[in-house]
Design a protein around this ligand. Structure first.
Ligand code: GLN
Length: 310
C-alpha cells in the first residue's frame, strides 16, 4: 500500500527538517511535572498502512507518554463491554471548551459532552473500573495486543506525577459522582485513568495499534476483530468532531482526518481504508495540541492527498 517506501521515508525526513526550528512556538506542558522533563526538540512521524508496512523518521522508535491518546482505546474497550448503554452516560457532541473544563459539566448535570474530553474519559474509566476485575491490567494487555508488542509499559514516574497533581481531574470525577453518573470509588477511577494516560509508546507502536480503526474494526495484520464496523465508524466520527479538542473544527477544515492528541505531544490521525499517521513533538499550542505534530500531519496529509472529505 505504501507504494514507494524509500520515497515516503525521504519525504518524512524533509518534512521533519522543515519543522526543526519551530519547537519554540509551543510550550512543553508542565501541569504534570514529569512531562516537563522531556526534551522539547524531540520530533517524530510514522505512517503505518493496513497492508502491514510502516515508515518512520526522527525519534519514531522512542517511547513517550501517550496521555489522552489513551482515551481512544478506553472508549473502544467500554463500547465493547457495555454497548449502547454507554451513550446514556456520555454524549457525542463537541464541547467547545478546553479539554479539562469543568464549567459545562455542572450545566449538563454530570453528563460529559463526549468521551475524549477529560470528564468523558473519566466516565469511561469508571465503566472500565466497574466492569473489569483488573481494569489497569486489561488496558495494558489491550495495548500490547493491538501494537503486537509485549514490551509496552506504564511509566510509573509519570503516573506518580499525575496522581500528585490530579486535583482537577478529581474535581471532575467527584462532580459526576454527585450527579450519580460514576459507580466506582473516585480514587479507583482516577488510578485507572492516570495509569492509562501514563502508558509510554512510540509513534510506530501507536500507529500500528490503531490500524483497526482504519480497517472497519479488524486488525489488518492478525485479522482479529477488535470492534464492530459500526463502532469503528462511531469512534472515527467522535475523533473527527472532538479529538483535537477546541481545535477540532480547524483541524477538520484544514486537514480532514479523525485524530486524537495528547499533552505528551503525540497526535494520531486515522485514514480510513489506508492506515494511521502518528506524529510526536512535545511543545503544545494553547489548545493542548502539539504544534509541530499538527503541522507535520497537515503537510503529510496534503502531500499524500489524504482526507476523509475528498
Ligand atoms: N492526563 C492528562 C490529563 O488528564 C491528559 C490530558 C491530555 O492529554 N489532553 O489532564
Amino acid at each position: 500500500m505504501i507504494k514507494d517506501i524509500a520515497n515516503l521515508h525521504a519525504k518524512l525526513q524533509i518534512l521533519l527538517a522543515r519543522q526543526k526550528n519551530l519547537y519554540n512556538q509551543g510550550r512543553v506542558t508542565n501541569y504534570i511535572p514529569a512531562l516537563a522533563e522531556v526534551c522539547p526538540k524531540k520530533m517524530a512521524a510514522c505512517v503505518a498502512t493496513i497492508d502491514g508496512s510502516s515508515v518512520g523518521a526522527g525519534d519514531y522508535q522512542e517511547a513517550f507518554s501517550i496521555q489522552s491518546i489513551s482515551k481512544v482505546f478506553g472508549l473502544v474497550m467500554a463500547m465493547n463491554r457495555i454497548g449502547d448503554d454507554l451513550w446514556q452516560r456520555v454524549n457525542m457532541e463537541p464541547s467547545g471548551q478546553p479539554f479539562n473544563s469543568i464549567i459545562q459539566l455542572e450545566w449538563e448535570k454530570g453528563i460529559p459532552r463526549n468521551p475524549v474530553i477529560n470528564a468523558g474519559a473519566l466516565l469511561v474509566a469508571d465503566v472500565l473500573t466497574s466492569h473489569f476485575s483488573a481494569s489497569k491490567l486489561a488496558f495494558l494487555s489491550f495495548m500490547r495486543t493491538l501494537a503486537h508488542d509485549d514490551t509496552i509499559f506504564i511509566d510509573n514516574h509519570v503516573y506518580q506525577s499525575e496522581l500528585s497533581h490530579g486535583n482537577r481531574n478529581a474535581a471532575l470525577a467527584y462532580l459526576m459522582k454527585s450527579f450519580g453518573n460514576i459507580e466506582s470509588e473516585i480514587p479507583d477511577v482516577l488510578s485507572h485513568y492516570f495509569t492509562q494516560c501514563s502508558i509510554a509508546m512510540t509513534c510506530e507502536q501507536l500507529a500500528t495499534s490503531l490500524l483497526f480503526l482504519a480497517n472497519k474494526g479488524v486488525d489488518p495484520i492478525t485479522k482479529k476483530v477488535i470492534c464492530t464496523p459500526r463502532d469503528a465508524h462511531r469512534v472515527n466520527a467522535i475523533l473527527s468532531t472532538s479529538g483535537m479538542y477546541d481545535q477540532s473544527g480547524e483541524f477538520a477544515f484544514s486537514i480532514g482526518l479523525p485524530a486524537k492528541s495528547g499533552v505528551g505531544g503525540g497526535v494520531v490521525a486515522i485514514v480510513p481504508n489506508y492506515g494511521v499517521i502518528c506524529t510526536w513533538s512535545p511543545p503544545l499550542n494553547s489548545f493542548g495540541n502539539s504544534v509541530i505534530g499538527t503541522n507535520l500531519l497537515a503537510n503529510l496529509a496534503e502531500e499524500l492527498g489524504l482526507s476523509i472529505y475528498h
